[in-house]
Design a protein around this ligand. Structure first.
Ligand code: GMT
Length: 377
């Protein structure tokens, strides 16, 4: 395939959509494409230097007349500049609001007939799609994009339900970089965290928003902890963190819940983990679940959104109804007490990633979408 100039816009801070967009950009760059990130800061997963990856910072004016700084206008203007100056072939935006609308505006401003791909990630539809101040703009961004993808079938269906649009939406699953997320022996970390060899380790990684249902995670852990020695690793930061810390302080098991904050090398933490918990009330996919599975850590997740497209119940993890802490704990206890079964689940988790969510075929798919767009112009 010929090498393209691809603009990528995403939220550059911690969050699944930004992670996915950045990993995609890096892998496209490794295939020889020229990548232009147009974002408010350098995407946090963009650690390595690539000669063909460029960063265009969106700077927002704080002019005193503005009651609110117009980020969306600044982003659209920057996109238009980059489209023209860098002669982009494609603009791929992640998360509908405001990125899809800004891309459409930027195409108009630039006067160039550039192809726009919009990838829907989750809360841009499941939360904002129900917000009357946003729904119309989301529909506009979707309808005016040339290609729209969603990260799961569930999100695609939800988009049709919530956003009155007839635009064709293709499911392109999230993927993991298997050179980073793989089974790792990081057992030395156990000692550093004060985890004894006889203790099981459960892990949750997120941005600690309300929809992640952190109290359910902690309550599942307490029930497990009543039955066996165990530790819970809580990785990440966000608005709910203090509330969860306050909750944990009251527990007799407070010593067993470790708040690790934001961590760079999550794969190493998965290397010491036996089970991943994701008890969210909304989750279009659950990228972090996939990252855990790639490292050989099975998950227990809610039967919500795209999670059932990642977890095969009873094979590589378990699904429970939203809020069913009791059932989740039951599954966890059974699995963690049965070493042979746990090994089977660990292997099944790795197999699922290998067969359904490997980076290569998914990046191929995105490349085909770009190629289709470029051929039309
Ligand atoms: O909810 C988050 O953690 C961040 C959010 C985002 O949009 O940045 O994640 C969404 O996109 C991820 C990548 O596609 C999905 O794996 C998450 O399931 C999805 N989050 C929700 O739907 C709540």
């Amino acid at each position: 395939m010929r090498k393209l100039k691809i603009g990528i816009t995403c939220y550059p801070t911690v969050g699944g959509s930004g992670v996915l967009a950045t990993e995609l950009g890096k892998m496209l760059a490794e295939r020889g494409h020229e990548i232009h990130f147009i974002t408010s800061s350098v995407p946090f997963r963009l650690k390595k230097i690539y000669p063909n990856v460029f960063f265009h910072e969106v700077e927002v004016s704080n002019y005193s007349v503005f009651q609110y700084s117009p980020y969306d206008i600044a982003l659209a203007s920057k996109m238009a500049d980059v489209i023209k100056e860098e002669k982009l072939d494609v603009l791929h935006v992640h998360y509908a609001i405001p990125h899809a609308v800004c891309a459409v505006l930027a195409r108009e401003m630039s006067g160039e007939n550039i192809g726009i791909v919009t990838t829907l990630h989750g809360t841009d539809i499941s939360v904002l799609g129900q917000d009357s101040t946003m729904a119309q703009a989301i529909r506009y961004g979707i309808n005016k994009s040339d290609i729209v993808t969603a990260v799961s079938n569930s999100l695609k269906e939800q988009t049709y339900e919530l956003i009155d649009s007839t635009k064709e939406i293709e499911t392109v699953y999230n993927f993991v970089d298997e050179s980073v997320f793989k089974p790792i022996d990081s057992s030395h970390l156990k000692e550093q965290f004060g985890i004894r060899p006889d203790e099981r380790v459960m892990i949750h990684v997120s941005n600690f928003r309300k929809i992640k249902n952190l109290p359910d995670i902690v309550n599942v852990f307490y029930k497990v902890r009543e039955q066996m020695p165990a530790k819970l690793l809580l990785v990440g930061d966000g608005p709910e963190k203090q509330r969860v810390m306050d909750l944990v302080k009251l527990s007799p098991y407070k010593q067993d819940v470790l708040f690790l904050g934001k961590q760079e090398n999550v794969a190493e933490l998965f290397g010491i983990s036996d089970l991943k918990l994701l008890m969210s009330e909304k989750e279009s996919f659950g990228l972090v679940l996939l990252e855990a599975m790639a490292c050989g850590v099975p998950g227990i997740g809610t039967n919500i959104g795209g999670i059932p497209e990642v977890i095969d119940h009873g094979e590589n993890g378990y699904l429970v109804e939203l809020g069913d802490v009791h059932q989740a704990a039951q599954y966890a206890i059974e699995l963690l007490q049965d070493e042979e079964e746990l090994i089977k689940f660990r292997q099944a988790a790795i197999n699922t990633v290998q067969t359904k969510f490997l980076a290569k075929p998914i990046i191929d798919h995105y490349e085909q979408l770009y190629e289709r767009l470029v051929a039309l112009r």
